[in-house]
Design a protein around this ligand. Sequence first.
Ligand SMILES: NC(=O)c1ccc[n+]([C@@H]2O[C@H](COP(=O)([O-])OP(=O)(O)OC[C@H]3O[C@@H](n4cnc5c(N)ncnc54)[C@H](OP(=O)(O)O)[C@@H]3O)[C@@H](O)[C@H]2O)c1
Length: 309
Amino acid sequence: MIALKQVPLPAANRGHARISVNAAAVTSGDARIRSAMAPAGMSVGLRLAFGIRRPRQPVLGMFFSGTLEEAVAGMEPGTRVFGNTGMAMGAHAQHLTIASDRIVAIPDDLELDDAEAAALPFGGLTAADFLIGKARIAQGAKVLVNGATGEVGCAALQIASNFGAIVTAVCRTENHEFARELGASRVHDYREGIPRGQWDIVMDIAGTLPWRRASELVAPGGVHLPVTASLHQMLGAALFPRRAEGRRISGTTSSDGPAALLRLRSLFADGVLKPVVGARFPFSRIVDAHVLVDTGHKRGGVVVTMQRA
Ligand SMILES: NC(=O)c1ccc[n+]([C@@H]2O[C@H](COP(=O)([O-])OP(=O)(O)OC[C@H]3O[C@@H](n4cnc5c(N)ncnc54)[C@H](OP(=O)(O)O)[C@@H]3O)[C@@H](O)[C@H]2O)c1
């Protein structure tokens, strides 16, 4: 259950930054941790990682933008930053402490408001790691994005199309125009079944195209990216990444460390990726933000913004 509470200020260890949070993303990851609902076979791991009966860290939230309260790592107080707490969480709060290598500064010349900066990392880090890092996307590649208009999908469509790929987006018809605006050149409604064709990269964000369904969609030499994977799929991908005709399955988790954050800022600065904020709520309405995320049909990211006295 989500409720707003007054809690003590978080303690800062040496080398940690004190942040006044300006905005924070409420993601499908937060919803998973809150509800302990995960793809088949993953719930036990989720509970072991984050808490058996309820989240060990009662303040959820991994992705945020904020303002530095004290100087740290060469950055002055007042510097605007965005970042990723990783498993420590705690970003759904007015104040946060975080290792200084988990934040990056937002230079004054970057046009990125607080909500956009909070919405950038979840989808951006994931899509960049899977498409650029794991699939080594290149000009002219044919890419299928299954689950194309959520937070990860919006980032995937933009990165893939800006790398010169030919992108097919899978989402409901009512989102097709939106997917085209983000770079898709073909669209498919999943309610009409699995799309027909073959793609060099099949990125399964919705978790409905495990290898047994996706294998016929992956072109020879192509790659399957199971972004949402069951335990069975994770083990299969780890143990048998190479499949017939030079095809491969690449990774089930994404890297989100300091280098990935810096690359993300560059992708934004270079115009490859713009965060999509589908909904903004004041922090006092964080429950409504979770309700929207739980639908599984949000567009882009959902953000809560902090009110200052
Ligand atoms: N592996 C990793 O490291 C990693 C990192 C981040 C996220 N993830 C996972 O990625 C998943 C997606 O995250 P998200 O926040 O982007 O989700 P989301 O915002 O809820 O997006 C859902 C998207 O999937 C589409 N969709 C819904 N049902 C579908 C179906 N049956 N077939 C195909 N598409 C369907 C929706 O389209 P309509 O709205 O048109 O229905 C929408 O475009 C989550 O499961 C999350 O856990 C994994």
